[in-house]
Design a protein. Structure first.
Length: 914
RNA sequence: GGGCGAUUAGCUCAGUUGGUUAGAGCGCUCCCCUCACACGGGAGAGGUCAAAGGUUCAAGUCCUUUAUCGCCCACCA
């Protein structure tokens, strides 16, 4: 076994090796026949043609931590990987590529275009999964899925047909969101709103025929003034609406206006929808280009005139403006109106415009015929599932958001005018227009038998197939073994930004098709943001590339860093400092291991073998006793390890990754390295063989357990070091070992207390030394007084350690309290310690320091005395709190008394010496 | 227009059901290149918990108002 550990921790040297090993050995292949308990999780499928970004890194780190943790605790574990065809964004990428080559994708034709996309998918589709392998995600690669594969398609068609048969999917003419760049309709969710400063144009619509009189002034009037933010749509106006009770316009209802620029005559109608307060109280109605107008138009049976082309230009219906881009047309129309004297005024107006989530183009509301899914019916059980806790949502403040959205849910526009995606399984008869919706292409029309059928050219919204993901990936609609074993999945981890897009839809579709929740819990994590608080985005150049960071700092450090910052409910701002901190931690672990093996070599010269010090059976028996007891430092470190294990388990069970990370960090660095290793160093090389054996055995047992504790967070480093320890024959990986479980014999409250005393004592000595500027290499004599017997024994039997770590040449143990003279004394309620040293004390500074401490103590004591003296407090506060206060109060009184004494002495000495 | 969240050390953030002198990392100050680690060791400094009121024996934690910032949802042209 390779024993030498290189001096520096070089993550690149070890990570790739183990990543390959895990994949080759198919270490994480799930066995559906293995016994429960089950832990199953499906990946939020990343875009197949994408590459790993920092958001994935967070997702995947959290997923992998929990997966590894469960696996190590004996769960039958499945982490199912896969990718999404990501219809609109993938199509956009390929369209742009073609455009760069001077090719308009539409000229290629559908079939050829699809071929190109598949080719692109084959070329770049492996990037992200390859990266996932490299960062060692413990997936079952034999079960990898792709949303556009034939088996997923089968599930999609099945779902579509069933919903259609249940009349939950329907085809209708409706006002939808159109993206003139992506050339498709979008669902409401894909439209993002942004406040924009714009104008409100007040336009005069000349009254046609009989000119009315102003209701207020009685003056004859020629115009009706409407206010609009979108003058270019006026070419499609088919009415002007006023409120029926609006006195200003009452007499005009039923009359007509001549639509400027076109001369078309359109009616003035009355509708409750009109807000009398807004603008002029008269509103132009463009049913084909505004959702409100569309509704109103339906009520009043108005004509719908679409004045635009697919790519956002004015069409033939726009007359002379045809061919102009819509915002060019706006300018031109405003100019023309001005010239005609029909522009009454222009005011500033801020309003929200809808943008296409992908292209950031202003979305054009347009009436068109699309496929929709009725959501109300699906939403009910989905809300109920979360309501009754069948799905635990963490953090639970997201529940309200979820309910809110579900309560106000609107029908989902399913069809997309794209070529890349699941084609809608609907066929139209050329003879009679009859629609056949079927799982497979029908041979003939269901009503007339015609064979002249054409399939609907549209594809489904990507999120439709993603919505089936938790069960389609397990074989649905077939009743597979996987589905039976791993569904419902245990947990879903994803960002809260796709709560509605994805999570809500999976719950709805899952409940509907399987009758069960798709996952028992959903953890919605934070987003990784840039320093400025924005969401990281590669397109804006604000993203950090995790691949680069992984190389720079190591994947383990990256994982640890993300975990340590991933407090539920708050966003993460990643920084180089934090990453470096995590890298330093990895280095610390590395070097602790290095220390173990370097020293072991020296020790081995005495004839001991690694096997008898650190073999698996040897470790299992820890802790070892010396002279019939577990040495204090060893009992202490096992007790601390026990606490760490419990805290990590508790933290991970509640998705509190940052707690787990911090706890491990504190244990390994603060307890294990800073105190335990330092404490036992002499024992490891002790000539006293029993003593050395006990030290080595306990050390290895703790170290190996710590590696297992660390493994879910830092898989590579722990795997590497673990393999350098002797293991059971055939043991393949630390990932397949048990997560540490602390046996009761590891617990020791007394060791925690007694070793804690030693730590406080040593720290006090070091503190005096630092304050008095004693050369750190110079040993000095010290005297200590200990209040109680137990502590006395502890100090007495640990003289060596105290002297070594405190750089004390001679330790005298006094049987009475030490005089509180000078700056060389420190006291707590349990001990006094003093250093023999010729003092050169800065009296003023020392006095100020003591004064400040006294002040703090006085405040603390005062508040406790007040509370404890209060009968109401005593009657209402829990016993535990009262007792705790009393103990602390007693301690603080002693400390205060000693400190006051010291203060007095200090000033007296100074006084005398003058 | 609704809803949600944030405001704690110089910086970035923890602080679960109210309960004993409010924590971490980084940065800062002082000392140390001691034979695992300078990506290190030791000792420190630093906070009236955004403001004001309230509830309570007890408030960083609960309630109200205000200020600043952020996010989500929303068909006022």
């Amino acid at each position: 076994m390779a024993r030498e550990i290189p001096k520096g921790y070089e993550p690149q040297e070890i990570e790739l090796k183990w990543a390959e090993y895990w994949v080759e050995q198919a270490l994480f292949r799930a066995d559906a026949d293995a016994p429960p308990p089950i832990f199953s999780i499906v990946i939020p499928p990343p875009n197949v043609t994408g590459s790993l970004h920092i958001g994935h890194m967070l997702d995947h780190t959290e997923i992998d931590i929990l997966t590894r943790w469960h696996r190590m605790r004996g769960f039958n574990t499945l982490y199912l990987p896969g990718t999404d065809h990501a219809g609109i964004s993938t199509q956009r990428v390929v369209v742009r590529q073609l455009a760069d080559q001077g090719i308009d994708y539409r000229t290629l034709g559908r079939e050829e275009f699809e071929k190109r996309v598949w080719k692109w998918k084959e070329e770049s589709g492996g990037t992200i999964t390859e990266q996932m392998r490299q960062i060692g995600e413990s997936c079952d690669w034999s079960r990898e899925k792709f949303t556009l594969s034939p088996e997923m398609s089968r599930a999609v068609r099945e779902a579509f047909v069933r919903l259609y048969e249940e009349k939950l999917i329907y085809r209708a003419h409706y006002l939808t969101n159109w993206c003139p760049v992506c050339l498709t309709v979008l669902s409401d969710l894909e439209v993002v709103h942004e406040e924009r400063r714009g104008n409100l144009w007040h336009i005069r619509y000349p009254l046609a025929g009989a000119e009315g009189k102003s209701a207020q002034t009685g003056e004859p009037r020629k115009y009706l003034v409407v206010a609009t933010t979108r003058p270019e749509t006026m070419l499609g106006d088919t009415a002007v609406a006023v409120h029926p009770a609006d006195e200003r316009y009452k007499d005009l209802i039923g009359k007509n206006v001549a639509l400027p620029l076109t001369g078309r005559t359109i009616p003035i109608i009355a509708d409750e929808m009109v807000d009398r307060e807004f603008g002029t109280g008269a509103v132009k109605i463009t049913p084909a280009h505004d959702p409100n107008d569309f509704e109103l138009g339906r009520r009043h049976h108005l004509l719908e005139i679409d004045v635009m082309t697919d790519d956002g230009k004015m069409n033939a219906a726009a007359g002379v403006y045809a061919g102009l881009e819509r915002f060019e047309a706006r300018k031109k129309i405003v100019e023309d109106l001005k010239e005609l004297g029909l522009l009454e005024k222009v005011t500033e107006h801020t309003h929200a415009v809808g943008l296409c989530e992908r292209s950031r183009t202003i979305v054009e509301p347009r009436a068109s015929t699309q496929w929709f899914c009725k959501m109300k019916t699906l939403a009910e059980p989905a809300m109920a599932a979360v309501e009754r806790g069948a799905i635990r949502m963490v953090p639970d403040n997201r529940r309200e958001e979820y309910f809110n959205w579900m309560r106000n849910i609107r029908d989902w526009t399913l069809s997309r005018q794209l070529w890349w995606g699941h084609r809608i399984p609907a066929w139209y008869c050329a003879e009679n227009g009859h629609v056949t919706v079927a799982r497979e292409a029908p041979a003939a029309c269901g009503t007339c038998g015609s064979r002249n059928l054409t399939q609907d050219p549209d594809v489904l919204d990507t999120w439709f197939s993603s919505g089936l993901w938790p069960f389609s990936t397990l074989g649905w609609p077939a009743e597979t073994k996987d589905l039976k074993t791993y569904y419902p999945t245990s947990l879903l981890i994803t960002g809260y930004d796709i709560l509605f897009f994805w999570v809500a839809r999976m719950i709805m579709l899952g409940m509907h098709f399987t009758g069960e929740v798709p996952f028992r819990a959903v953890y919605l994590h934070s987003l990784v943001r840039t320093g400025g608080g924005e969401k990281m985005s590669k397109s804006k150049g604000t993203g950090l590339d995790p691949v680069v960071l992984n190389q720079q700092y190591g994947t383990d450090a990256m994982r640890f860093c993300l975990a340590s910052m991933a407090a539920p409910g708050t966003d993460i701002v990643l920084s180089d400092d934090r990453l470096a901190g995590a890298r330093n931690f990895a280095n610390k672990i590395w070097n602790a291991a290095r220390f173990l093996f370097l020293n072991l070599e020296k020790f081995e010269q005495g004839g001991a073998t690694l096997e008898e010090l650190a073999g698996p059976e040897v470790r299992a028996q820890a802790p070892y006793l010396l002279n019939g007891v577990v040495p204090l430092s060893d009992a202490w470190i096992f007790a601390r390890l026990t606490a760490a294990i419990e805290q990590v388990n508790e933290a991970l069970a509640n998705y509190r990754f940052h707690d787990a990370a911090q706890c491990i960090y504190q244990f390994f660095w603060g307890d294990f390295c800073d105190w335990y290793i330092e404490w036992i160093k002499p024992d490891l090389q002790s000539a006293h063989r029993d003593r050395a054996f006990v030290a080595w055995r306990n050390l290895f047992a703790v170290f190996e357990a710590a590696l297992r504790l660390l493994h879910p967070l830092m898989p590579f480093l722990t795997e590497e070091l673990w393999h350098r320890l002797p293991q059971k024959p055939g043991a393949k990986s630390i990932a397949l070992e048990r997560f540490p479980e602390a046996p009761d014999r590891w617990r020791s409250p007394s060791a925690l207390a007694e070793f804690g005393l030693l730590q406080a004592l040593i720290t006090a000595v070091r503190n005096i030394r630092a304050e008095m500027k004693i050369d750190s290499k110079k040993k000095v004599a010290a005297e200590v007084f200990v209040v109680d017997k137990i502590a006395g024994t502890t100090v007495e039997s640990n003289r060596d350690g105290i002297m070594r770590l405190g750089m004390v040449s001679d330790l005298k143990i006094s049987d009475k309290p030490l005089p509180q003279s000078g700056a060389a004394v420190r006291s707590t309620a349990r001990f006094d310690v003093r250093i023999d040293y010729t003092e050169t004390v800065d009296v003023a500074a020392e006095s100020a320091k003591i004064t400040k401490e006294l002040e703090g103590l006085r405040k603390a004591i005062g508040s406790k005395e007040r509370q404890l003296g209060d009968d109401i407090f005593r009657s209402r506060a829990p016993e535990k709190i009262i007792r705790g206060l009393e103990i602390t109060l007693a301690e603080q009184r002693i400390e205060m008394q000693k400190l006051a004494e010291r203060f007095e002495q200090l000033n007296q000495d100074t006084h005398n010496s003058r």
